[in-house]
Design a protein around this ligand. Sequence first.
Ligand code: GLU
Length: 428
Amino acid sequence: MQTKPFNSFEMAQAQFESVAGQLGLDAGVRQLLGWPLREYSFAIPVRMDDGSVQVFRGYRVQHNDARGPCKGGIRFHPMETLDTVRALAMWMTWKCAVVDIPLGGAKGGVVCDPHNLTEWEQEQICRGFVRQIAGNMGPTQDVPAPDVMTSAQHMLWMLDEFESIHRARLPGFITGKPVELGGSMGRREATGYGVVFTIREALKELGLRAQDTRASVQGFGNVAQHAISLYRQMGGTVIAVSCWDQEDQVAYTFRKKEGIDLEELLGIADRFGGIDDSKARDLGYETLPGEAWLEQEVEILIPAALENQVSAENVDRIRDSVKLIAEGANGPIGPKADAAIKERDIFVIPDLLANAGGVTCSYFEQVQSNMNYFWEKDEVLGKLDVKMTSAFIAVSDLAKRDNLHMRDAAYVIAVSRVAQACRDRGWV
Ligand code: GLU
């Protein structure tokens, strides 16, 4: 019998349905929140450097805006699908609600592989994306941000196009901008640091000291790099990092049992966080298969790459030494694996809480852009810590009080807030 391919949106809907049942939400609320409010699918024609025209597919899904304008990143990925974007948009709604910022949820994506595109071609994709949807996005409607394989530069091209269309300077259109042009200090670090703020709180609950722990990380992009940096500053040791090798078209895990050196690995990584295996070997790293990050003898696992990386097929490879999993990525643990992990009583900091630092700092960026007054980095990161820590405590208090797993507790808080906003507005 053939197994059905994994579908992120079905997983997101099932997660929502289970919480809706627990909360006793009525049918109207379930129908409204179980699907996006609005979704757009469009073509982006681009004149390539060789003179040919290539047409890329773009998506923007606005899941819910009852609590404020929609918010969420735009990903560039060759395997992007409408259903993945739908799932990610729904997760953004819950993420903004769990950290209690006045924003809804959206997500965008373009089916493309920036590894194979020149700067100019990427700029044309960014501008083309905005031209297709400029009427349905904006500071009061829907505010994009960076995500997988998009950066501050992509955000700036999008902003410039949006401002040209509207003939005004509208920095609140987008977040994750370069610091020199309306971005916030600390935005680059925010998601990874936020992951580690929640790890720090979870370790307290588990009675562990960071300096007595080891971690294994999947991914070496923006989230992973900054999470590794702060975790090491706290005294932890990262022994393995798994990432994509573009040249070999395969993922590897790079391991150094005494601890990886972040600066050293950054020195041999490309701009997407891909590490060259031969250079890593020269620096004394063991090169293991991509999935080996999961089976390391560590206390902490940080999946910070893509969705559905821990599944029914590989979940058993997690060692008994693992006490904590912090979901840096969105949806990295599939539903069956999640059930198995619950059984084993491993403490999970769910994605909607663990990686909410990015969007929280995006919210700070909007506030600063609107005031046209920018805070120092310490102030931004201090406020981020307060937001993440209080969200963690609220989720963990509820989990203890009602004997729930962290994911369920986070969902209960988030979904209740959004459902209440929909009711208060008289939508349902
Ligand atoms: N792309 C990030 C996320 O998945 C940040 C979104 C934002 O800043 O709007 O949370």
